[in-house]
Design a protein around this ligand. Structure first.
Ligand SMILES: [Zn+2]
Length: 368
């Protein structure tokens, strides 16, 4: 079994770039004070300019760093287009600024673009609607929890994790599209689960995958059910995406949006698949006695969680339960108190179970 290999020990200094392959430059933007302090962004060199992959949070300090990059790192040439892997604010936050500055297009998948437009126009309205109320009630959360989330979102709005305004138009990327940039062809490979239609870029010639948040080497991307789509099954899409990416050759160099660039894509996919399968098994073992969603949090996360982390953790727990329901291993019933109970129904569970031997539930849910 091979380990992941990291040829770079450190991230580039803010405002600078590092060439990781011919015509491909890596840079890092700060993420503020959260559990994750950086995002990786990439520049792809074309004949008469550059393409940018992902853009950083909508913060003034990030805008200023971009202007340093424009002045010092592009050889006096323009940006020809901005490619965003998915709609999260750390990825699309500066897309409007860059697109306006160079009058260049934004390229995204349709699902990601319209999700971004919807969220930036209306905000996360589930905090105030009956949909949100019912979602958290059914999960067994206390009545004042919605108020906690509302407060935490208001506090975090200034930290750049709110949705930015994005360009009013875009060019649509679809799975299988090929972008020719400089001498190389990049194939768009779409995954799902962390976000609806996440675009990765794969260059077979250079053996490079720009993976966004679809494949990260250290942290596990958040895969959550939210009140906006309470019956969604994002973990099913996530696991299917892992299978799809397993066809990428193992000698591919992966350029992720967080942590460090690495070799070992198939090993990392194996770890991620095992991680989620293990979490699901732990939930099944717990649900031998009927359980509510809130009580699954300690099964997945041992740490004390603040209200926003709890929202992500709860969304993850429900995502795991929904895939188990789809696999006919968990049954869900709505009780008179308005709370769902989950119960394991696979008669074969006793043979598969290995209580006390699961992943240490020490992760913090991450907001990427
Ligand atoms: Zn993300």
């Amino acid at each position: 079994m091979s380990e992941l290999k990291y040829p770079y020990a450190e991230h580039p200094e803010p405002g600078t770039t590092v060439e990781v392959a011919p015509g491909i430059r890596w840079l890092t933007m700060p993420m503020g004070g959260g559990s994750l302090n950086h995002i990786n962004l990439y520049l792809l060199e074309d004949r008469d300019g550059w393409w940018i992959v992902d853009t950083g949070l909508p913060l003034q300090s990030v805008t200023e760093l971009w202007h340093d990059i424009f002045a010092r790192e592009l050889g006096g040439r323009a940006v020809l287009g901005v490619i965003c892997t998915h709609f999260h604010p750390d990825h699309i936050g500066q897309s409007g600024m860059i697109s306006d500055h160079f009058r260049c297009p934004l390229l995204m998948t349709r699902g990601e673009y319209y999700q971004a437009r919807a969220f930036s126009n209306t905000g996360p309205a589930h905090h105030t609607s009956w949909l949100g109320e019912m979602f958290y009630q059914r999960a067994g959360m206390p009545k004042d929890y919605l108020e906690d989330i509302r407060r935490s979102f208001a506090q975090n709005a200034s930290g750049g994790m709110s949705m930015p305004t994005i360009p009013s138009g875009f060019q649509c990327l679809q799975d299988g599209d090929v972008l020719t940039i400089g001498d190389h062809d990049w194939r768009v490979v779409v995954g799902s689960g962390h976000s609806p239609e996440h675009a990765c870029l794969y260059c077979g010639e250079l053996k490079i995958l720009i993976s966004g948040d679809q494949i990260l080497p250290v942290i596990t991307s958040n895969v959550s059910v939210h009140p906006t789509e309470p019956e969604a099954n994002p973990l099913k899409s996530w696991m299917e995406s892992h299978d799809k990416f397993l066809s990428i050759p193992d000698d591919t160099f992966v350029l992720p949006a967080h942590n460090l660039p690495f070799w070992g894509v198939r090993e990392r996919l194996r770890q991620l698949i095992s991680h989620h399968e293990d979490r699901m098994l732990a939930i099944e073992e717990h649900c031998v006695e009927p359980a509510i969603a809130k009580d699954l949090l300690p099964v997945l996360f041992a740490r004390k969680l603040d209200s926003r982390q709890m929202m992500m953790a709860l969304g993850e727990a429900i995502a795991h339960v929904h895939l188990l329901m789809h696999r006919n291993r968990i049954e869900r019933t709505l009780h008179e108190d308005g709370v769902y109970r989950f119960r394991s129904i696979d008669p074969d569970l006793g043979r598969r179970a290995h209580p006390g031997m699961h992943d240490a539930p020490s992760d913090t849910p991450v907001l990427v």
